[in-house]
Design a protein around this ligand. Sequence first.
Ligand SMILES: Cc1ncc(C[n+]2csc(CCOP(=O)(O)OP(=O)(O)O)c2C)c(N)n1
Ligand SMILES: [Mg+2]
Length: 689
Amino acid sequence: MLAVSMSSHPSVPACLSRRDLRTHDLAPDAAPAGQLAYYAWSAFGRLTDNRILDLFRQGLIKGTVTGGQGNEALCVALALLADKAIDVVSFSHRGLGGHLVWSGHPCDHLNQYLANAASPTQAREGNIHHGDPAHRSLPMISHLGSMLSQVVGRTDAQRRDGQAAVGFAIYGDGASSTGDVHESLNLAALLGLPVVFVVENNRYAYSTPVREQFASGVELWRRAAGYGIEGLVVDFTTDPLAAVRGLAAAIDRARAESRPVLVEAHVARIRGHAAYDTCDYLTSEENAAIQASDPLPRLRASLVAAGHSAALDAIDAELSAWLETCVQACLRVPRPSPADLPVEACAPALPARPWLPELAPGRPAAEAVTTAQAINLALGKLLAEHPGALLLGQDIATYGGAFKVTEGLLARHGRARVFNTPLAESASTGYAVGLALGGHLPVIEFQFADFVTEAFTQLVLNAATYHFRSGARVPLVVRMPCGGGLTFGSFHSQELESALLAFPGLKALYPSTAQDAFDAVLAAAEDGNAVLLFEHKALYRRGKHALAWNPAYRDVWGPRLVRPGTRATSVTYGEMAHLAAEAAEYLATEYDLSVEVWDLRALAPLRLDEIRASLRRTHRLAVLHEGRLSHGFGAELVARLLETEFFELEAPPLRLAALDLPVPFAPELEAAYRPGRDAVIARLAAWLA
Ligand SMILES: Cc1ncc(C[n+]2csc(CCOP(=O)(O)OP(=O)(O)O)c2C)c(N)n1
Ligand SMILES: [Mg+2]
């Protein structure tokens, strides 16, 4: 969170000084203060949303605004009922009222909408895509449904830290059709986490009515039964105070019994989808029914009926004046400067952890080990020395993982830290992001790298952009058994580094030796960012290798000279580093051609200084990788290296990569698809001739 300090904001009026509501405040005979505070915040949410719409129409707010008019009674109630010292929330795009309660002041939010320098996202994100991760309000991204699993993870982080926290995972009737909602509900139910899932059912997703979103007669709260959790419905459109009482009781039960609950809340969307929405898809009867279901006038009427008319009038007047003071203050806040845009989306790397100088207790060096064993040792060391580290993934616990890389770790470290996930790559990744935001270090294993496509949004849009848009760190290690040559076919053999690294904000290591694999786990784990760890499946058990504690383990972030040479520089990584070395050996022996081979080890960030220096000696560049040629990683390598070394080269660069096809199954076909030893030797020899 990068907001300005509260002390510079206009001071809060008395009617908004209270930010909590407890069950006893809602009793019919309770003192009115609690219910008046509820009204004040709800009315303030409405006023602020309306004022934001004015500012948008004046051109002072860009993008668009999706107002929460009609939703305040719900999101404000949630925020007032939450324990803001420990609970976790992710408000929806209708949740401005909740944001206001959570922070207690509108100025950070107005700065956000105005895209001022002092906005919580430093003007890097727009409208309501902000939060306060330091205070467990997780900023939403546009992709609906994708916030829920983070709330599950962040809530688990609180519980693991001994806090009796509840999470609030909020989404709309439209978002309820996304797969992430199902995955997140299932995960929270499975893990027994106290997350209150709240569907803001305003009966529309943009222009689409619920009758076109799910089968007629479906009541969303009844889906709870399918997850084995409690479900209930509350109706803010008829009796807001009764709805708050229902909500409060459900939150109390979730907190006390540490279990999830699904609440369907009926609310209204009285200003259409967004500022530009003319609502011409509604009949006048439909529109009239929506306006008549607005909870705020009902709430006010019930308090008037209870004799609080004068107090409500005073609140309304005070809020209007104060909001204007805040708006005028924010209109004077400076605009952001392009000079403040960072060059990197990742957070600065953290300093080295104080690792014990040994592979495992009392063991500075190992008997020869496979690469799989080296990774297993590194993960064991991580679990032993980093109390926040935990491993998750499909079949990684009792079974030890599809490739047995995590074998034995459950027995030594227990199920709280080494546990299986269901087949829910997206929610499992979002859950890991939530744990990471809570200061834990999740290491998530994808059974095969190919399945990362299921978690693309979570990885490349949520985790990767988190620091840039909120200032928060997402320390996460993503282990991906990748690569082909094992006749696993199109969906278990791919190389996806180019696709993933086309998005900014992820780091990536791709070790090719047992030692580098061990070192890479430690380097990734301590970095403080989301780090992809590519593990080539064919290398897991290719021979046994010496392994020792390496004090210079962080060198894995740079390239390794595999073999010196004079006639050409071959740049590669992963299994291809071995193939390049073999090819270079052959060319030296048979053709007297000396090729220098560099193993990148780190794909992001790319450190190319040593390779540039090599090119200035050899004057030729060959790039070799197992992924496909088009849009492949080699294209980026050639581009970057030629930008500076073009005039050093005596020949066009050579790109050796796989064919632009899905990975074919039969061994003969797969061998023709991916770069093989003989083909690489032939291509290099012809190119050097
Ligand atoms: C996954 C995804 N698909 C499409 C969109 C575009 N979009 C933004 S809001 C919206 C409607 C959302 O409806 P609902 O979840 O009911 O929330 P409401 O706007 O009604 O509060 C759509 C389709 C999106 N943000 N995310
Ligand atoms: Mg909706």
